[in-house]
Design a protein. Sequence first.
Length: 399
Amino acid sequence: MKPNPGGILQLDDIVGRDSLVAYLQLTLEQQSVVLVAERRTGKTHVLEKFKAAAPKNWVVIKRDIGAVRSATEFVQYVMADLYPHLQATTNFRNWLQSLGEQLGGAQIGPVKLPNFSTKQWKQVLGDTIAHLDGINAIERVVFLWDELPWMLEIIASQNPQEAMELLDALRALRQQHAQKIRMVFTGSLGLHHIVRGLKAQGYNNTPVNDMLSIEVAPLLLPDAARLVERLFTDNRLVAATPDIHEQTALAVDCIPFYIHHVVSALLKNPASLQKPVDTQAVNAVISHGIHSSDNPWDLQHYEERTLAYYGKQRSECLALLDAVASSMATLPIADAIRRAKAVYPLVDQQQWLELSRLLERDHYFQRDEDGKIGFKFTVVKRWWVWHRSLSMVQAGGAA
């Protein structure tokens, strides 16, 4: 295995996801799923591993739809993706050919698609999915739609009503074809932000309350340490001490993306191949990844995305993040709000509480068993403190 930070791994190189993939398959026997994941934790690899391990009588269709700009375009991709599995069904082939001839639309791969109007896309989507019910050889069709929230964000920015109708149409299809159809929604932009924005414009439905939310968490420590060890061994890196693999994994929150980055950086230094790698060498490359102005680990994203996520509340959001990041330990939410409120005194308590919950759902914060909050990932906290030039203080407030 070669270090491959951010790249697509071979299936054999995806470490520690077998139990999650098995749970995902078990869940999809019963219902659809919203796969919740912080970026870079490996959700795409989970989907790839699930697709490879799915039962033979399941059709698993994976597509990144983050750049789709309308419900019509989305439906065209659904039709194109289903065509290879339905083309032998005469009624579907003839139906699609008839639509294409009548309405003459886009060509996606070998398929000539209809250029239907926006008023027709819901009916065409429903008719397309309905063709699946007659195929007994296919037990289940699973759509893995990556970056679905980004697609909805694009559509909602141009036509909020269309985004609402698409969410409702997908929910209706899950209900109408409950034995055959499953959907998996994933994306680095939280779907809850999209729904929240649509509700502010009059949307009253709960479009994913029939789907189970499953989080793709970082690797368990034994798996993360095993990944470090394999990358060391396969790339002729020698550990100075037996615990260096576990220490490396812990230092980067057991996230595979950062582990690959660490090993890649070590290999750039000829000294790493000439003498055993010790804690000092590992810490040096981690520090560079976090603190370099070149932003090699793309940590700038955690600040940049607050503009899209929080809009008019961004300033308050940053104040609350700063308050929690600057604490040496976890702290009660009331203390975090008190610190942030010193900067924005006119914001009421309920707004602060709602904002803290959103930041928790967006994987900035996590609560411990005592209900205290802190940054979920130490890598992000270290970068935040450095980037925002924060001074660390004790939980009680003393510097």
